[in-house]
Structures are given as structure tokens and as C-alpha cells.
Design a protein around this ligand. Structure first.
Ligand code: NAD
Length: 379
């Protein structure tokens, strides 16, 4: 029996669209215990909230997030606002007994993330953080291959997330989308925005990171603030590189920047094990590269696995073998997994607690960059 699940969405920007699309599509492709009902959308500008509600079929709109949290009819609150607003909304939602889906990074810093974990665990509410790349079928397949032991002992994990959209000094800090360049709204630069994704996936694949050594740079030191109109100093990291040691003894190497001319969203990872290696690239997200040393030498080489067959993660829910899916589907998978787990009283990771671990790694990387010292991480 499908039960209605009333959704309150806070934030109608980039993520507001991906999440709304996911709530609409998930019940058509997955047999879900709940039927999401798009109840209320909230955002800063009334005319935009109204237009968004009309476009996506939300029953109502508001500019005050507290109205969403206080509404008894809302079952799940989906937080798609800049990072500095996550904690206040999530803690209020936990106290109101709502299920919560929160965008990443969980918070501005570890202290705030810990308060959020305490709040959701004390309230016992279902909680999930939107590290959606875990749910690219090829990335999920990589996890399956590692867990099956096909790689053997893992030696190396390396990941990059490269963009090039902030090279111009004319890009402001603050405002829609460019709040990412304002440290008060974002908490950090590429470390929290981009590397957090790589860290979440890496710890899911390869276990916890025990120690980090990082280096950051802010290439453009001052930018106009969209809200004040004044030129202000820039507090975010434009680029970050770090090495790490995983608990299983493997070595990690991570890099992110928004100054890699020619790259728009080049998230890549490569994992080298004793028997086999895996590589993946967001620009070709439906393929997984796999090399297995145990193959006969005369046919040994990198295979490009087209992740579209029905026995591959999530793919039995979509089209027929050979037809691929894309970015939006990761959010559909996220909604499906979250609602299925919620119905069973289980959790679908990454939970707030998982995201706290990622926040700890990010913070340790930034501390290491400031102090030029390795940082050990305790969980
Ligand atoms: N999972 C991913 O891959 C991914 C990708 C992009 C962004 N994000 C995360 O999603 C979140 C939102 O990013 P975005 O790109 O959608 O931002 P955006 O700038 O496109 O949209 C932000 C929205 O938040 C609303 N908002 C801001 N302050 C508010 C407040 N006090 N009350 C109510 N609404 C408020 C704005 O009106 C706007 O609708 C961030 O935490 C970001 O890190 C995640």
C-alpha cells in the first residue's frame, strides 16, 4: 500500500530542481512504499518561489522556512539552501520530528555538524545527506567490486574534482550560486564544495581516512560582494591538494580547483589494488574502467564497462541494456533508497553521522594547510 509523503522543499535553486525532479520521477521507476506529494516550496524571493511552485506542481510556497518546519502536514523537509543555513533548519526539523534530506556539505564546520548529528539522533528522525555521486551506477558498481574483493589489497586511492568558472576576477562573492565564494555562506571553498564529494565516495569505497596533509591557495584575494557592493577580501580556498593515509594502510591523493582551464566538472577517481584497478570519470559517468591482472596476458588490458545491464546497480529500473542514464538519476536513486529504508525503519547512507566524518576530514585538511602540519583524525 503506497502512503502519501508530504515534501517541504527549502531552496528552489540548482539543487531544488534536481530534488523536485527526483521526487516526481522516483515513484514511476521504483516500487516505493510512499508517494511523494510536493506540498510546499520555500525560497528567498516570493515571485521566484511562486513561479517554481507552479512549474514543479508544489501546492503552496513561502519565503519563511519556519512555516515549512512548523507545518504539521509536512513529513519530510528537503534542505537545498547555502551551507550556512543548513544547521538551523535541520536542528529545527529534528525537534519537529521531520525526516530530513540535507544537501552537502552538512555544515560550515565540525562543531556545527556535531550539533546536527546530536539533534537528529536524539529525535530519532530519518536523515540523509545528498552526496549523490555514490548513486551513479558505475560508482556503486565500483563499491560492489571492491567489497567482493576483486581488487585485493588496496594500495592507492586518488581523486580530482576540477572546474574553471572562477578564474575571472569579475565573478562576485555572495548572491545566487556565487555564495560559494563567500566564506560566511560556504564555510570553505573547493574543500567543502567539491572535495567533500570525493572524500565521501572515497571513505565509502575504501574506509576511513586517518591522517591528512593539505595545501590550499586563494588565487584571487579580493572580490566584489554581491550583497554589499563593496570589494571584500576572499576567505575561501580556490584550490586544495591533499595527501592522506587510510585506516587500511592505503595512500590517498586528492586535488580540487576552480582554476583548471578547460574543465567544467571533471570528477575522476582511480583505485589501484593488488589484483585490479578501477577508474571513473564524471564526464563519461555511465562507464567504469577496469583492469584485472589475473586475465590472460594476451588479452589483458583496461576494459571500459558500459554500466547499463540489468544486473548492474539500479539499471533494472530504467531502460534496456545499452541505454544509459545520467546525472539527474543519482537524485532519483537517492529518493528511492531513502524512502525504502525509511519504511523499514532503517537508514540509507550517507547519514548525518557519515557526513560528520567527511566534515572532519575537510576541517583537518584546512587546518593542515594553515599549519603546514599533518593532522590525525579521530571519529
Ligand atoms: N549534491 C550536489 O552535487 C550539489 C550540487 C550543487 C549544490 N549542492 C549543495 O546544495 C545546496 C544549495 O546549492 P544550490 O546550488 O542549489 O544553490 P542556489 O544558489 O542555486 O540556490 C539556493 C537557494 O536557497 C534559497 N535560500 C537561501 N537562503 C535562504 C533562507 N535563509 N531561507 C530560505 N531559502 C533560502 C535561495 O532562495 C535559493 O533558492 C548547498 O548546500 C550546496 O553545497 C550540492
Amino acid at each position: 500500500m503506497t502512503k502519501p509523503l508530504n515534501v517541504g522543499l527549502i531552496g528552489y535553486g540548482f539543487m531544488g530542481r534536481t530534488h523536485s525532479n527526483a521526487y516526481r520521477k522516483a515513484p514511476h521507476f521504483f516500487d516505493l512504499p510512499y508517494e511523494p506529494v510536493l506540498k510546499t516550496v520555500c525560497g528567498l524571493e516570493e515571485d521566484q518561489a511562486k513561479a517554481f511552485a507552479q512549474k514543479w506542481g508544489y501546492e503552496s510556497y513561502t519565503t519563511n522556512w519556519k512555516e515549512v518546519v512548523e507545518d504539521d502536514k509536512i513529513d519530510i523537509v528537503d534542505i537545498c539552501v547555502p551551507n550556512n543555513v543548513h544547521a538551523e533548519i535541520a536542528i529545527a526539523c529534528a525537534k519537529a520530528g521531520k525526516a530530513i534530506c540535507c544537501e552537502k556539505p552538512l555544515a560550515l564546520n565540525v562543531a556545527q555538524a556535531q550539533e546536527m548529528v546530536d539533534a537528529v539522533e536524539a529525535a530519532g528522525v530519518p536523515n540523509l545527506v545528498s552526496f549523490n555521486y555514490r548513486r551513479v551506477p558505475a560508482v556503486t558498481l565500483a563499491k560492489q567490486l571492491i567489497d567482493e574483493g576483486r581488487l585485493g589489497r588496496i594500495f592507492h586511492y586518488r581523486a580530482n574534482f576540477l572546474q574553471d568558472w572562477t578564474i575571472s576576477t569579475d565573478v562576485p562573492q555572495g548572491g545566487d550560486a556565487t555564495w560559494r565564494l563567500d566564506v560566511k555562506a560556504a564555510g570553505s571553498g573547493v574543500t567543502g564544495d567539491l572535495l567533500a564529494h570525493c572524500i565521501d565516495t572515497a571513505m565509502w569505497h575504501n574506509g576511513q581516512i586517518d591522517a591528512v596533509c593539505g595545501m590550499t591557495e586563494t588565487f584571487v584575494k579580493e572580490r566584489m560582494h554581491a550583497e554589499t557592493g563593496k570589494v571584500e577580501s576572499v576567505g575561501i580556498d580556490d584550490a586544495c591538494t591533499f595527501f592522506c593515509r587510510f585506516g587500511n594502510g592505503s595512500l590517498g591523493n586528492f586535488e580540487s580547483t576552480r582554476y583548471a582551464r578547460g574543465h567544467k566538472a571533471l570528477y575522476t577517481f582511480e583505485i589501484n589494488g593488488e589484483h585490479a584497478s578501477i577508474a571513473w570519470d564524471l564526464h563519461d559517468l555511465h562507464r567504469l574502467s577496469y583492469f584485472d591482472h589475473r586475465d590472460d596476458s594476451i588479452v589483458r588490458g583496461w576494459r571500459s564497462v558500459h554500466v547499463t545491464d540489468g544486473d548492474m546497480p539500479y539499471m533494472d529500473k530504467w531502460w534496456v541494456p545499452g541505454l544509459q542514464i545520467g546525472y539527474e538519476h543519482t537524485f532519483v536513486h537517492q529518493v528511492a533508497d531513502f524512502l525504502e529504508a525509511m519504511d523499514k525503519g532503517e537508514t540509507a547512507g550517507p547519514t548525518f553521522r557519515d557526513a560528520l566524518a567527511t566534515q572532519k576530514v575537510c576541517e583537518a585538511v584546512l587546518t593542515s594547510a594553515k599549519t603546514s602540519q599533518w593532522q590525525n583524525i579521530t571519529y
